[in-house]
Design a protein around this ligand. Structure first.
Ligand SMILES: *[C@@H]1O[C@H](CO)[C@@H](O)[C@H](O)[C@H]1NC(C)=O
Ligand SMILES: *[C@@H]1O[C@H](CO)[C@@H](O)[C@H](O)[C@H]1NC(C)=O
Ligand SMILES: *[C@@H]1O[C@H](CO)[C@@H](O)[C@H](O)[C@H]1NC(C)=O
Ligand SMILES: *[C@@H]1O[C@H](CO)[C@@H](O)[C@H](O)[C@H]1NC(C)=O
Ligand SMILES: *[C@@H]1O[C@H](CO)[C@@H](O)[C@H](O)[C@H]1NC(C)=O
Ligand SMILES: *[C@@H]1O[C@H](CO)[C@@H](O)[C@H](O)[C@H]1NC(C)=O
Ligand SMILES: *[C@@H]1O[C@H](CO)[C@@H](O)[C@H](O)[C@H]1NC(C)=O
Length: 382
C-alpha cells in the first residue's frame, strides 16, 4: 500500500508540474511539441444517429476509433455492407475536414464479436493473409489512417502466440503497402485486457510482448469494467488503487510495464460511464458493500451525464474515495461507481508519471454535452 500512496502523490505532483510549466518555459513547450505528435488522446465512436461524428469536439482528441467491423466468417475478409461504407466515408471525411483534424482508425472486433473467428484467422496462415489484405484495402479505400484490433480475448497461450504472429504479418503487410504506394504507413494498434498476464477467468496466459513492442504503434489498455454490477458487492469500476485487491488500473498498467511493454506503447483506457448496483441495505453504502444486483441503466451502466442527472434528481450523496481514486454516489438502494473530471485528472497524472503514450475513452456520447470529463482530461495532459 505504501508504494501505491507514493505513486498517487507522484501522479498529483506531476499533474501540477505539467500545468505550471506550460506557461513558463519555451524550452518545455518545444520539447513537448515534438512528443505531442505521438501523444494519444483517443475516443471510440459507435454508430449512433443521435451522436454523429460531427458532434465530436476534435480540440479534445487526437485519435478517433470507429467501432466496430467484424470479418466475414467464411472468407475471413472485411466485407463492409453499403450502410457501413456510407458510415465510414462520413466518419473519415468529417475528421479530415474538421478544425482541428483528427486521426481515424478502423476498429475490428469488439466485446460483442465472435472470439472463435479470430482464433481461426490468427492461427491459419491463409486465412490470416486474406484478412490482413482486406483490412488494408478497406482502410485505404475509405480514408482511415490506421487499423485497431480488438480481440476479446485470446483464451490460451497458443492463441497469444498466434496473436503475436498476426501482428508481425500485419506490420509486414502495412510496411510493404506503404513502400509500394509511397503513403505513410497505416497505424496499427490493439485493444487489450487491463493486465498483461493475469486474467480473471480462464487459463494463465501472457500477451505477446515482443511482437507488441516491434509491430504495434501502441495498445489501448481497457482499464475499466474491473467491477461490474453482477458482482455481489459494490466497487470502483475503474479504480486506480484498492487496499484489498490488485484488480486495479495501477496494478494492470504496472503489469504491462513489468512484462516489458514499453511505456510509450501504453495508452490508458477510461470509462465515460458508471456502473450501478442495488444495495442490499441502503444504510450500508460504501465501496465493497453487499449488493443484490444491477441498479438502473442497461446492463447496470449509466452514462456520466445520466449520473449527474440522477444526482440532481434524487439529491444523491457524492463521495470521493481517496483509497481507490474514484467517486461514488448513492440514493435509496441505488449505488453508482464512476469517474469524474477530478478522478480522471489524477489518473492522467499517474499515466504521465509512468511516461505512457496517452489515454482513451470508451465511448463518445456519454460525457456531458459540453464535454466536462474530456475537457478536463485534455487540460490535465497538455
Ligand atoms: C471544443 O473544446 C475546446 C477546448 O476545450 C473549446 O475551446 C471549444 O469551445 C469547444 N467547442 C465546442 C463547440 O464545444
Ligand atoms: C456465419 O455467420 C452466419 C450468421 O451469423 C451463421 O448463420 C453461419 O452459421 C456462420 N458460418 C460459419 C462457418 O461460422
Ligand atoms: C463463432 O464462429 C465460429 C467459427 O466461425 C462458429 O463455429 C460459431 O458458431 C460462432 N459462434 C457464434 C455464437 O456465432
Ligand atoms: C486455413 O484456411 C484456409 C482458407 O480459409 C482453408 O482452406 C484451410 O482449410 C485452413 N487450414 C486449416 C488447417 O484449417
Ligand atoms: C490485396 O490483394 C489484392 C488481390 O490480390 C491485391 O490487388 C491488393 O494489392 C492487395 N492489397 C494489399 C494491401 O496488399
Ligand atoms: C495480482 O496478484 C496475483 C497474486 O500475487 C498475481 O498472480 C497477479 O498477476 C496480480 N495481478 C495483477 C494485475 O497485478
Ligand atoms: C462476495 O462474494 C465473495 C466470493 O464469494 C466473498 O468473498 C465476499 O465476501 C462477498 N461480498 C459480500 C459483500 O458479501
Amino acid at each position: 500500500m505504501a508504494s501505491l500512496k507514493i505513486f498517487l502523490t507522484l501522479a498529483i505532483l506531476l499533474t501540477i508540474a505539467t500545468k505550471t510549466s506550460t506557461c513558463t518555459s519555451s524550452l518545455s513547450l518545444s520539447s513537448s511539441s515534438s512528443s505531442s505528435s505521438t501523444r494519444v488522446k483517443g475516443i471510440y465512436w459507435i454508430e449512433n444517429p443521435l451522436f454523429p461524428p460531427s458532434s465530436i469536439n476534435t480540440s479534445l482528441f487526437t485519435h478517433i476509433f470507429y467501432a466496430f467491423i467484424t470479418p466475414d466468417n467464411v472468407t475471413y475478409k472485411l466485407q463492409p455492407s453499403t450502410s457501413q461504407t456510407t458510415s465510414f466515408t462520413i466518419f473519415t471525411n468529417t475528421f479530415k475536414t474538421k478544425t482541428p483534424p483528427a486521426t481515424t482508425l478502423l476498429s475490428i472486433g469488439g466485446a460483442g464479436s465472435n472470439s472463435t473467428l479470430f482464433t481461426i484467422i490468427a492461427s491459419n496462415a491463409t486465412a490470416r493473409a486474406a484478412f490482413i489484405n482486406s483490412t488494408i484495402d478497406v482502410a485505404r479505400t475509405f480514408g482511415f489512417d490506421g487499423i485497431d484490433f480488438d480481440w476479446e480475448f485470446p483464451k490460451t497461450s497458443n492463441e497469444m502466440n498466434s496473436l503475436g504472429e498476426l501482428f508481425l504479418q500485419w506490420r509486414n503487410a502495412i510496411a510493404a503497402e506503404s513502400s509500394v504506394t509511397g503513403k505513410p504507413p497505416l497505424l496499427l494498434t490493439a485493444a487489450v485486457y487491463f493486465a498483461a498476464s493475469f486474467f480473471l477467468s480462464g487459463e494463465p496466459r501472457t500477451y505477446p510482448v515482443d511482437s507488441i513492442n516491434k509491430n504495434l504503434d501502441w495498445i489501448n489498455v481497457m482499464s475499466y469494467d474491473l467491477h461490474v454490477s453482477t458482482s455481489n458487492e459494490t466497487g470502483a469500476p475503474s479504480g486506480m488503487f484498492d487496499p484489498k485487491s490488485n484488480v486495479t488500473v495501477s496494478s494492470g498498467l504496472i503489469s504491462w510495464i513489468r512484462v516489458g511493454v514499453l511505456p510509450e506503447k501504453l495508452v490508458m483506457g477510461m470509462p465515460l460511464y458508471g456502473k450501478t448496483w442495488q444495495l442490499e441495505d441502503p444504510k450500508v453504502n460504501e465501496i465493497g458493500s453487499p449488493s443484490v444486483g444491477a441498479g438502473p441503466g442497461m446492463d447496470g451502466s449509466m452514462a456520466y451525464f445520466q449520473v449527474l442527472e440522477f444526482i440532481k434528481l434524487t439529491r444523491a450523496k457524492v463521495v470521493y474515495d481517496v483509497d481507490t481514486v474514484s467517486v461514488y454516489t448513492y440514493s435509496g438502494s441505488t449505488w453508482i461507481g464512476y469517474d469524474d473530471p477530478f478522478t480522471v485528472s489524477i489518473k492522467i497524472g499517474f499515466a504521465q508519471a509512468f511516461s505512457l503514450r496517452g489515454y482513451f475513452f470508451w465511448v463518445a456520447g456519454l460525457d456531458t454535452f459540453d464535454w466536462k470529463i474530456s475537457t478536463q482530461a485534455s487540460k490535465a495532459w497538455l
